[in-house]
Design a protein around this ligand. Structure first.
Ligand code: ATR
Length: 265
């Protein structure tokens, strides 16, 4: 079987390394490649994928929404989030899933097992935030709090969460057990931190969905304050693991997938 990830840019994606390591470990004679599809070529997606005879593929930036019109079916999570990161092809039928939220929460549970009793603050209210919030509500007793620069972003949210501004979150920071940054601030060369951490309780876990850099500025600051931190590597590994399960109905070798990625970071 053949699989791939589509995106743009995609050359530096670690998905092929991660999935091929897993196929090798399980002796599955499948392969996984990266396919670059620029925005202006996206209308050719059916042709590109058909020619490669793929059984499934992952979708990453900037195509997680672009893919929607090409799907024959879409699962509930993808519908709510409005984005798809996994497509399974069955008899030429394209079925869309979104494993990002579940991937994140599965990873978070490893480092914070008592998740159901946690008070959680999510920074950012975009697609990534929505996917994670949508999954977290299934695991957590108390209402989630989502903070964004402006409250307009919440207009298309129908999840029952507390909606506050980043400024309000700054003042109330000591009330939370876990703070999750889902904004792209801190990614790559961007050294921005979206919130002042002065009011952070010393036990609060600070988590980021980014893993390049391995420690985003918000994690650097939290770590310097002595707080536990958690980056986006687990999310990446578990979203891939969930995609693999959807495609094959088999159990992935999580540790091998993670080590393969770590080796190349
Ligand atoms: P994604 O799918 O990665 O979540 P998105 O849907 O574009 O991307 O959402 C990005 C989120 O990060 C938004 O909540 C955005 O806040 P605004 O609604 O105020 O734009 C937030 N964000 C991006 N850059 C930010 C920054 N420099 N400071 C604070 N929030 C930021």
């Amino acid at each position: 079987m053949k699989y791939a990830v589509i995106g743009n840019p995609i050359a530096h994606s670690l998905s092929p390394i991660m999935h091929n390591a897993n196929f090798d470990a399980l002796n599955i004679p499948s392969s996984y490649e990266a396919i670059n599809i620029p925005e202006d070529q996206f209308h050719l997606i059916k042709k590109i994928i058909d020619e490669k005879a793929l059984s499934g593929f992952n979708v990453t930036i900037p195509h997680k929404e672009n893919i929607l019109p090409y799907l024959d079916e879409i699962d509930e999570q993808s519908k709510t989030v409005g984005a798809v990161n996994t497509v399974k092809i069955v008899n030429d039928k394209w079925i869309g899933y979104n494993t990002d939220g579940m991937g994140y929460v599965t990873g978070l549970k490893q480092v914070y097992p008592d998740l159901e009793n946690a008070y959680i603050l999510i920074l950012g209210a975009g697609g990534a935030s929505k996917g994670i919030a949508n999954e977290l509500v299934k695991h957590v007793h108390s209402k989630l709090t989502i903070a964004n620069r402006t409250l307009q972003r919440f207009e298309n949210w129908d999840l029952d969460v507390n909606q506050i501004t980043l400024k309000e979150a700054e003042k109330a920071l000591d009330e939370f057990d876990i703070v999750i940054n889902t904004t792209p601030a801190g990614m790559h060369e961007n050294k921005e931190v979206v919130i002042n951490l002065d009011n952070l309780d010393s036990r609060t876990l600070v988590s980021d969905i980014v893993y390049v850099p391995f420690k985003t500025p918000i994690l650097e600051i939290a770590e310097a304050k002595g707080n536990p931190i958690h980056n986006g590597l687990d999310m990446f590994v578990y979203q891939g693991a969930e995609s693999f399960k959807i495609w094959t109905n088999e159990l992935p070798q999580i540790q091998i997938m993670k080590e393969a990625v770590l080796k190349h970071l």
